[in-house]
Each structure stands twice: as C-alpha cells, then as structure tokens.
Design a protein around this ligand. Structure first.
Ligand SMILES: Nc1nc2c(ncn2[C@@H]2O[C@H](COP(=O)(O)OP(=O)(O)OP(=O)(O)O)[C@@H](O)[C@H]2O)c(=O)[nH]1
Ligand SMILES: [Mg+2]
Length: 298
C-alpha cells in the first residue's frame, strides 16, 4: 500500500485518510516507517493522557473536555486505548455512547485502539499514532486509557501532560500507590465530587499533592454535570506551559526515543517461547543461564 496519497489526504483532515494512516501504523504495514520519518518537526501540539481506574469517569470527562476545546474553536483528536481486559468490549461501547456527539463533528477525530499486548498495557504503537495525530494540525491530542497495571505508567511516558482521574472511594487505593501516582501525575482530578465523602478525600489528596513538592493541582469535577471542566482545561494549559521548558522537553523526547528503540530491539522476542526453551533445557546438567542468553544477544 502506498502511504503518500493517504497522508496527503490526512493532512487535509480527510477522515478516511487519517484512518488509513493510523491502520498502517497500527499494523506496521509497508510504508509505516517511511510515513513516520516524514512527519514534520514541530511537536508543539500537547498530548494529554487521561488515566485512572475503571469507571472513574474518564470518558465522560473527555467528552466534556472535547466540548470545551471545540467551543474555543480548536480541533481535537482523541485516542481511546483499552488494555486487553475483560471490560474491553464494555469500555469501547461506553466510549461510543459517552462521546457520541463528537464522532461526526468536523473539528473532532476519535479512534479506539485495542491493546494486543498479552501483558496489558497500551497498544504498542500508541506513541507513534499520537505523534502522527499531533502533526496534523490538531490543536490537542487526548489519549484515554484505563489505569490498570502498566498502562498508567506507560501513558506518562508518552503524554506531555498526564491527568490522573480518581474518585472519592479510591481512598485505600491511593494509600498504596501514592508514590507511583505522584510521580506520573501532572494534574489530579477528583471526579464524582458530588459524592458525600468527596471533601475528605479531596483534602487528603491535596495534602499528598502538596507534600510531593511538585505542587500538583487537584481539580474537583462532576463530569456528568460539566462542573470543573473549565478549571481542568486551565490546569492543563498551565502545565503545558511548563512542559515547554527545554529540560522537560529533552527528558520526554529521550523517554520516547528509548522506548521506541527498546520496542524495536525486543520485537522478535517472545517471553512465552523463551519459557518453553528454558523448560526444555533447565534440568540439563550443563544448563547455564549466561550461555543460554547468548543466542538472544546479537
Ligand atoms: N455521580 C457521578 N457519576 C459520574 C460522574 N462522571 C461519570 N459518572 C458516571 O460513571 C460511569 C462511568 O463513567 P465513564 O466516563 O464511562 O468512566 P470511564 O473511566 O471512562 O470508564 P472505563 O473507560 O470503562 O474505565 C458512568 O455511568 C457515568 O455516567 C460524576 O461526576 N458523578
Ligand atoms: Mg472510558
């Protein structure tokens, strides 16, 4: 498949052209590497990662954020990434319902990506697809992903701004994972702030966010009622300005480069196959782990 005509159409914001290019990148089809190499420099389009536990209200928030940006005359691209999981189908259906107003809107492009990684986490080419969308004169790229296991850490490595969405009943959860959360979050959202126990939780999170030394904003929202959306967009905008600092940019680009190279180097390796090979050989008297791995290190 020749990628150029599709890319030219994508640059004109032709929806089918965009879809074809994403499919090309997703499948590592012929031409996808050339397409990525042709992306223009720039990279000033903020990629906003929205992560958090299942059902926290990420899609509802995304829906309202799209509305906020569209009203401001902006073009918005949204990637909904589902780690392979039991709630996969339900989540995709949920997204369709939650964001249904926007699927045909001329300023909005929405695409769902299913993760095919056996270990959960993000779809392997989320980074490249986000970069591609960012090159297409969208003003904002939003990536929604369910925070389970690896995926919220992965999203932090590829988004410019990571928004962690929590709900008041997440109390115990943040106790155990607060260190990790503080590291990846640029903005905290306490959604479903209409719940009776919301205030205690917000105060608790605020003191943790303050103690983190990063001065992380904590925004309270009731996504279903569109409350707090303007404040969230403002907090994202503020964080985005800080990301323009060259030192931050250097770190993020290095993370991305590192990740792409790691993925390329590990590409032909299967841990399951490795386990099979080890299972066959480990009981031999002459088994040696370091000689075993020689076959993978060239
Ligand atoms: N009471 C209340 N309910 C909300 C609020 N925001 C979202 N909900 C509801 O919570 C449910 C889950 O919302 P979603 O937006 O689908 O949550 P999600 O985080 O995208 O869910 P997954 O993608 O499946 O992880 C829906 O029934 C929403 O209507 C809120 O602020 N208050
Ligand atoms: Mg969702």
């Amino acid at each position: 498949m020749h990628w150029k005509p599709y890319y030219d159409r994508a640059k004109q914001h032709d929806v089918r052209g965009i879809a074809r290019c994403i499919t090309l990148i997703e499948n590592e089809a012929e031409g996808s590497a050339d397409l990525l190499r042709a992306l223009p420099a720039g990279g000033t389009v903020p990629v906003i990662g929205i992560t958090g536990p299942p059902g926290a209200g990420k899609s509802t928030l995304t829906d309202k954020l799209i509305g906020h940006y569209v009203e401001a005359g902006k073009r918005v691209a949204v990637l909904c990434v589902d780690p392979s999981s039991p709630f996969h189908l339900g989540a995709l259906l949920g997204d369709r319902i939650r964001m249904s107003d926007w699927y045909t809107h001329p300023q909005v492009y929405i695409r769902s990506l299913a993760s095919r990684g056996a270990l959960g986490g993000l779809h392997p080419h989320t980074l490249e697809i986000a970069d591609f969308l960012g090159s297409l004169a969208f003003d904002v790229v939003i990536i929604e992903t369910v925070g389970v296991g690896q995926s919220e850490i992965e999203i932090a490595g590829l988004a410019d701004i990571t928004v962690v969405v929590l709900v008041p009943e997440a109390g115990d959860e943040i106790q155990t994972m607060k260190a990790g959360l503080m590291e990846i979050a640029d903005v905290f959202v306490v959604n479903k702030a209409d719940r009776p126990d919301a205030l205690t939780f917000i105060h608790h999170l605020e003191s943790l966010a303050h103690a983190s030394g990063k001065n992380l904003p904590v925004i309270r929202t009731v996504a279903t009622e569109k409350q707090g959306i303007g404040e969230l967009a403002a907090a994202i905008g503020q964080q985005q300005q800080q990301q323009q600092i060259p030192a931050r940019k250097k770190i993020l680009l290095t993370e991305k480069a590192w990740r792409l190279i790691t993925e390329a180097r590990m590409k032909d390796l299967s841990k399951a196959d490795m386990a099979d090979a080890i299972g066959l050989q480990m009981n031999r008297n002459d088994f040696n782990l370091y000689r075993f791995i020689d076959q993978y290190n060239h």
